[in-house]
Design a protein around this ligand. Structure first.
Ligand SMILES: NC(=O)c1ccc[n+]([C@@H]2O[C@H](COP(=O)([O-])OP(=O)(O)OC[C@H]3O[C@@H](n4cnc5c(N)ncnc54)[C@H](OP(=O)(O)O)[C@@H]3O)[C@@H](O)[C@H]2O)c1
Length: 427
């Protein structure tokens, strides 16, 4: 027998005819990337956009404003949805799946808002839906969570998962840029969402955490089920406190097992020290650290926004379709999955321009405090439920930043009860 006959043959791959929705930062990025990868044999038949009159980099006959031209075309077997309108995106994705077409998307807002319905549609119509580009752009985190990690072993996933806020924080902390100027730069470079509030108020990172929770732990939760905030409250004085302590402030998403059955999840600004893998994740880069019982830590780093890094993830999904790859949602389908809980304590730094804006009664314990006109802060332990129940910590002039190891497992604080605020000197 010749050695040649022993070489395994790859399964016959499918021809992919794409219908693309959106020709903005990512859609155009994908178009360019596909021009450079002819071996993939995936061709775009038509592109649906919103504004007919807009100047485009390629000729007019590629485009239509009629979604049905793509959705009703039987020769199009893959819909790539890259638009910036989550409601319109859901309508497109739903119809495409119902027609049995495979769908690739990067739309975290739409996916987080309709996760269960999208699961149902995939199952009911036996259609594939892939969305690696929706979380951390170029980092292949969804497929790793889905395929590599066994649920029993994974204990936490923690990371910087929004490129534009990381870019803004880097520019504020390292280049002393104002918040406004840093945001304009992020927008000009194509890292920010069309509506920047999605990034800076933390909604985008919360949507991504919601998707990561499903693939890491099988837990389906919308952002309204966990604590999250963005970076709009971060003040220059917070940057100075961080610098004095050789720390940086990052917007960090955390999903962490707190006992055998429960999981804590939140997205909040957090102090990180130079020992932390996330410390050197700067600009539009994203970074994620997974912890598991036997493998210990893994650190993923890559570009978390921008045309080509996001297009690369979309391209990888398109390539995976050729070999019939689909998510199996194994962790969601198993019986004993972890449930989300808000029964845990966090160590926080809260600063305000006026001490009266800090709700001292919300704290279980106050460790350090500083009260100077226009610059006050408190370091203490707070129960997560207290942050869910009230918004005082999101008010104008107030910022809440988690300490490095934020989840307090030692519930001694609970037993001791509240420390006298007179003792702490701030009541
Ligand atoms: N930018 C990034 O770094 C990044 C990273 C990861 C994921 N994403 C996600 O990728 C998606 C696209 O983001 P983007 O930055 O490329 O947005 P963008 O630059 O604002 O482009 C949006 C595109 O969507 C089109 N569009 C809007 N509504 C439409 C509709 N109803 N039907 C057809 N086309 C429609 C627009 O058409 P016109 O051109 O006619 O206005 C435009 O071409 C979003 O879901 C975003 O969250 C972006």
């Amino acid at each position: 027998m010749s050695t040649k006959s022993k070489v395994p043959v790859l399964p016959v791959s499918k021809n992919l005819t794409l219908g693309l929705f959106g020709f903005g930062v990512v859609g155009k990025g994908l178009y360019d990337v596909l021009q450079s990868t002819p071996a993939l044999q995936a061709s775009i038949k038509k592109i649906c956009i919103k504004n007919e009159g807009k100047q485009r980099a390629i000729s007019k006959d590629h485009f239509t404003t009629h979604a049905s031209e793509l959705l009703n075309d039987e020769s199009i077997n893959v819909i790539v949805e890259l638009i910036d309108d989550a409601d319109a995106a859901f309508a497109i994705v739903k119809e495409a799946l119902q027609k049995g077409k495979a769908v690739v998307s990067a739309n975290k807002k739409m996916i987080a808002a309709h996760f269960e319905e999208l699961l149902y549609l995939q199952h009911e119509y036996n259609a594939t839906f892939l969305y690696e580009g929706s979380c951390c752009a170029s980092i292949p985190i969804i497929r790793n969570l889905e395929e590599y990690y066994d649920n029993d072993l994974l204990s936490s996933v923690k990371g910087i998962i929004n490129g534009s806020t990381n870019y803004i924080l880097t520019k504020i902390f390292e280049d002393n840029l104002s918040f406004k100027d840093a945001l304009i730069q992020a927008q000009q470079l194509g890292f920010a969402e069309s509506n920047p509030a999605l990034d800076i108020e933390g909604h985008d990172a919360a949507n991504k955490l919601s998707i990561l929770l499903a693939h890491a732990f099988g837990s389906i939760a919308s952002p309204s089920n966990f604590i999250y905030n963005g970076i709009t409250g971060i003040k220059q004085s917070d940057a100075e406190v961080a610098k004095q302590k050789n720390l940086k402030v990052k917007l960090v998403a955390t999903a962490q097992k707190i006992n055998d059955n429960e999981l804590a999840a939140f997205v909040l600004p957090q102090f990180v020290n130079s020992q932390d893998d996330l410390y050197n994740v700067i600009n539009e880069f994203n970074g994620l650290v997974t912890e598991s019982s036997f493998a210990d830590k893994h650190f993923f780093k890559g570009k978390g926004a921008g045309a080509y890094p996001t297009a690369a993830a979309v391209l990888s999904d398109i390539a995976a379709l050729r070999y019939s790859y689909k998510y199996e949602y194994k962790k969601y389908l198993q019986e004993n999955k972890l449930t989300l809980s808000n029964n845990y304590y966090l160590k926080v730094f809260v600063s305000a321009d006026n001490i009266d804006k800090i709700n001292k009664d919300a704290f279980e314990w106050i460790e350090e405090w500083h009260n100077e006109r226009g610059n006050c802060w408190v370091v203490g332990i707070i129960h997560a439920e207290k942050l869910i129940q009230s918004d005082w910590w999101k008010a104008d002039g107030v910022s809440l930043i988690l300490s490095q190891n934020a989840i307090i497992e030692n519930v001694e604080y609970k037993k001791i009860g509240k420390m006298s605020l007179q003792l702490a000197g701030i009541s």
